[in-house]
Design a protein around this ligand. Structure first.
Ligand code: UN1
Length: 478
């Protein structure tokens, strides 16, 4: 019998029901068998996290620092092995996957440091002879629900701050990518995290995620994933009077102005729209291009796309790995059909491709002559599919960029300081990139969006404490 990778509940690896983790690059490649938690096991995990909270919340900062630091060091030391696991289970290329693992190590390292920088404020009261202390305390048990597209970085940027600030955790990774999730939980567990502080419950959202949301034990839930599920997280959180933080979809614009450096614009667009198979909520799927550069940009980008190799994520020379699974592939193909029927012109790709190993391979797909009203311009596709929208000038480009229900990331390619500055100030997105791809963010600064993309405090960097702590104001008569 194969080894089963179990769930971690109250410091014990348990579980019997398991499912296969299949590689999207090669559907014959079974990455491993991973347990699926039952509703009862989720309840046990929640109880364990609740029981572990008081002592973890009061643990010394050096204890927290030590676990997080050792975890960062081990992830870094095993970067190549974990990168391969990530590429195998999710389908991003080996360099992309290894880069993501490095990012996870940097995040643990950053929050290890944050444990040593906790501070409050001491201020005079409005009344004489009274002192006021403002401190931050941990929230309690945090539910962490993560998506499949960043199997190690997103768990890292939720787990590391949760633990650094003294919370305990019940962690549910996406069903498609339990491998990296299991690996970081194993690393934290072996590096000295007390039992019950971090519990892993792998399995389906409809069972495991739902059981978490139904629990009154969660003080907070942080979620990255689809808009529809985010809404369910929000509604249940309001019912339970719990804090919640949501990162959902994007329909990110990349504006290209006449004065752009063509090669900078093409690189930024190729990277934003197609790398990581377009499966990033920060991907740009609307390339908003002014008239004077439009034709040159389209032909240079098309040429760039011709040079990209779609193949097995583990193969050297692959630029774009497979789509994550059959369901996502069907969504991508459906949207390509929708784009055609809406009257956009298919300028490149759109076809499935066969490779040596059986996987979900789709060509990068570029539409031109799209309008911002088409469904392909309004709905998140989450695949290697982007459309070019032609506009007259900067003013129209900005208006089109902001005309979307989402607001995560927005890019502009220009050599004009005036337009770059105006765009930074007037974009309705949480993150703005000038002459850079809309995706691919740093690990130590705030991450998050506006409108339908996000809800609640920012993630990452020092700003993470807004979600993972609660403020206390204490008054003392002198
Ligand atoms: C990045 O672009 O570097 O799910 C990160 C996502 C985002 C992470 C993007 N939460 O795609």
């Amino acid at each position: 019998m194969n080894k089963i990778y179990h769930n971690l509940i109250a410091g014990e690896w348990i579980g019997t029901d398991a499912s296969k983790n299949i590689s999207p690059s090669d559907t014959n490649d079974v990455v491993g068998e991973y347990a699926r938690a039952s509703v009862d096991e989720v309840k046990m995990a929640l109880a364990a996290a609740r029981a572990a909270f008081p002592s973890w919340a009061r643990s010394g900062i050096l204890e927290r620092n030590s676990v997080l630091k050792k975890t960062a060091d081990e992830i870094l030391a095993r970067k190549d092995e974990l990168g391969k696991l990530l590429a195998r289970e999710e389908g991003k290329t080996l360099p992309e996957a290894t880069g993501e693992v490095l990012r996870a190590a940097q995040i643990f390292d950053f929050f290890a440091g944050e444990t040593l920088r906790l501070a409050g404020e001491l201020v005079p009261s409005a009344r004489p002879n009274i002192g006021v202390e403002i401190t931050r305390e941990p929230l309690g048990v945090i539910g962490i629900i993560t998506p499949w597209n960043f199997p190690i970085a997103i768990p890292a940027w939720k787990i590391a701050p949760a633990l650094a600030y003294g919370n305990t955790v019940v962690f549910k990774p996406a069903d498609l990518v339990p491998g990296c999730a299991w690996a970081i939980v194993d690393i934290l567990h072996r590096n000295g995290l007390p039992k019950g502080v971090l519990n892993l419950v792998m399995g389906r959202g409809s069972v495991v995620g739902q059981a978490m949301l139904d629990s009154p034990d969660l003080a907070g839930v942080t979620f990255t994933g689809s808009t529809a599920t985010g809404r369910r997280v929000a509604l249940s959180s309001i019912e339970h009077n719990r804090k919640f933080q949501l990162e959902m979809g994007g329909k990110n614009p990349m504006v290209v102005l006449d004065d752009a450096d063509l090669s900078v614009a093409v690189e930024a667009a190729a990277n934003s729209s197609f790398y990581s198979t377009g499966q990033r909520c920060t991907a740009s799927s609307r390339l908003i291009v002014t008239e004077g550069i439009h034709n040159r940009f389209v032909s240079a980008l098309t040429e760039r796309l011709q040079s990209l190799t779609v193949d097995n994520a583990l193969k050297e020379g692959t630029h774009i790995g497979p789509v994550v699974d059959e369901k996502q592939l069907k969504t991508d193909i459906d949207y390509i059909e929708i784009g055609k029927s809406e009257g956009a012109k298919l300028a490149f790709g759109g076809e499935l491709v066969k490779r040596e190993t059986p996987g979900f391979y789709l060509q990068p797909t570029l539409f031109t002559e799209a309008t911002n009203q088409m469904r392909i311009s309004r709905e998140e596709i989450f695949g290697p599919v982007a459309s070019v929208i032609r506009v007259r000038d900067y003013d129209e480009a900005l208006a089109v960029a902001n005309d979307t229900p989402f607001g995560l990331s927005a890019g502009i390619a220009t050599t004009s300081l005036k337009h770059a500055t105006h765009f930074k100030r007037n974009s309705e997105a949480g993150m703005v990139m000038v002459n850079l791809p809309t995706a691919g963010v740093d690990f130590h600064v705030p991450f998050g969006g506006r409108k339908a993309s996000s809800f609640g405090p920012r993630e990452q960097g020092r700003y993470a404490n807004e979600f993972f702590t609660t403020v206390k104001t204490a008054y003392t008569l002198a």
